[in-house]
Design a protein around this ligand. Structure first.
Ligand code: ADP
Ligand code: ASP
Ligand code: MG
Length: 413
């Protein structure tokens, strides 16, 4: 008998019909003798709908109230699934994040998990109950509702799997695994059988939304085996696990694209010690994640400083940066929204050289201008104009030999 945490995403619980199908799957695992803890997202589109409503209620919705609002989406699906399971004669019960002891810090809308008690879940499991838990939510030390950032139900599932020492955490979604690139953008993308936590973390951080980046970080830290699989069909998925020797054999394991980026340039910043700290200190305090930073060579003791932030944080960052610009005596602040980041990821980059040069060559052949570059041991990212993102992803995918070989094509060669 295995203990499984099964998480079903928004599309998988998007209609009552689909909730019935999830109930069948859960019932099947239960009948097979496994203990199952279910974690659900809100119905697809629901969180976006709620965010839109919030912006209609207020131009700058309060973060605490936002979490109160957003946490309702997951309450709906867990109650509906528990009702369905109960009508099948199964002893299922729905729980909120608070009821299962998910305690977070107080950074509303992107809270981090501080601890998970899961006592109530253990008691429920001991009584033979199938717990159905609302993903994406927790409470802070003051018992206020918090949410875990977009895609945060993945994190709820992984955190509960870690707390319960589950045998596996299965993320059921609308694709049957992690692909070499987003299969909805790159039709030739291939499903990956096994991927390391490290590569998966980079892919998720750089735009592959199939798993939330923080859930991967958590899984790696607590060694939770995560499987990504389809909630619509039976078959092999992708196992996210510790790195093994085979994984270094290929230089590039995946290509990602991220449109959720904006570029900010502080124009005419005095080039002297302490300026960067003055600029980035307040940004960090406002919990805005700065990604790439480029400082140009200075002319006349003035320089331009460009960096990227998540587009969603632009509204909060703009007034703050205007104030900082005045403070440090910068000439102006320029914002470019229509940018995107294309990245290559692979632990094999540690032992294969020439990946960056080939990436630049492919982009130049396609006429794509590179605005910013950043590298780490296992990834290379380029910021480009948003309109070229899909072209860049597909060309790089082909150039690095990742395209699926279609049967027939192979024999024709
Ligand atoms: P859920 O609602 O189940 O959480 P998401 O929409 O968050 O599902 O994530 C699944 C989507 O992630 C897929 O439909 C796919 O378009 C996208 N995606 C992006 N990159 C990848 C990738 N490398 N592999 C698989 N899916 C990817
Ligand atoms: N419903 C939340 C979102 O749309 C959490 C999740 O689906 O994982 O971001
Ligand atoms: Mg998701």
């Amino acid at each position: 008998m295995a203990l499984l945490v099964q998480k079903y995403g928004g599309t998988s619980v998007g209609t009552i019909e689909r909730i019935h199908r999830v109930a069948e799957r859960v019932a099947q695992s239960h009948r097979a003798g496994d203990q199952v803890v279910v974690v659900l997202s809100a119905m697809s589109g629901e969180t976006d709908r709620l965010i839109k409503l919030a912006h209609e209620a207020s131009a700058t919705p309060d973060d605490r109230e936002m979490d109160m609002l957003l946490s309702t989406g997951e309450r709906v699906t867990v109650a509906l699934l528990a009702m369905d399971l109960r009508s099948r004669g199964l002893n299922a019960r729905s729980y909120t994040g608070r009821q299962v002891g998910i305690i977070t810090n107080s950074v509303h809308t992107k809270a981090r998990i501080a601890r998970v008690s899961a006592d109530r879940l253990r008691e429920a499991l001991a009584k033979g109950i199938i717990p159905v838990v609302a993903g994406f939510q927790g409470i802070n030390e003051q018992s206020d509702v918090t949410t875990l950032g977009r895609g945060g139900s993945d994190l709820s599932a992984v955190a509960l799997a870690a707390a319960l020492k589950a045998d596996r955490c299965v993320i059921f979604t609308d694709v049957d695994g992690v692909y070499t690139s987003d299969p909805n953008v790159v039709p030739a993308a291939r499903r990956i059988d096994k991927i390391s936590y490290e590569e998966m973390l980079e892919m998720a951080s750089l735009g592959a939304k199939v798993l939330q980046a923080r859930s991967v970080e958590f899984a790696a830290k607590f060694n939770v085996p995560v499987e990504v699989n389809s909630s619509f069909k039976e078959g092999k998925g992708t196992l996210v696990t510790r790195e093994d020797a085979d994984m270094e054999a290929v230089a590039v394991a995946g290509v990602t694209g991220d449109r959720n980026q904006a570029k900010i340039t502080m124009v005419g910043v005095p080039d002297k010690p302490g300026i960067a700290a003055k600029i980035f200190g307040p940004v960090a305090q406002a919990n805005i994640n700065v990604d790439m930073i480029i400082q140009n060579v200075s002319q006349d003791a003035l320089t331009d400083l460009s960096f990227t932030v998540p587009r969603a944080d632009l509204r909060a960052a703009t007034p703050l940066l205007q104030a900082v610009a005045n403070d440090v005596g910068a000439r102006s602040v320029a914002i470019t929204e229509a940018i995107a980041k294309v990245s290559l990821i692979g632990v094999g980059m540690r032992s294969h050289s020439g990946v960056a040069a080939k990436m630049f060559e492919v982009l130049s052949r396609e006429g794509v201008n590179i605005m910013m570059i950043s590298t780490s041991e296992i990834k290379i990212s380029c910021v480009i104009a948003e309109k070229y993102l899909e072209l860049a992803m597909r060309s790089l995918h082909t150039a690095f030999g990742l395209d699926r070989v279609v049967q027939g094509e192979q024999s024709a060669k």
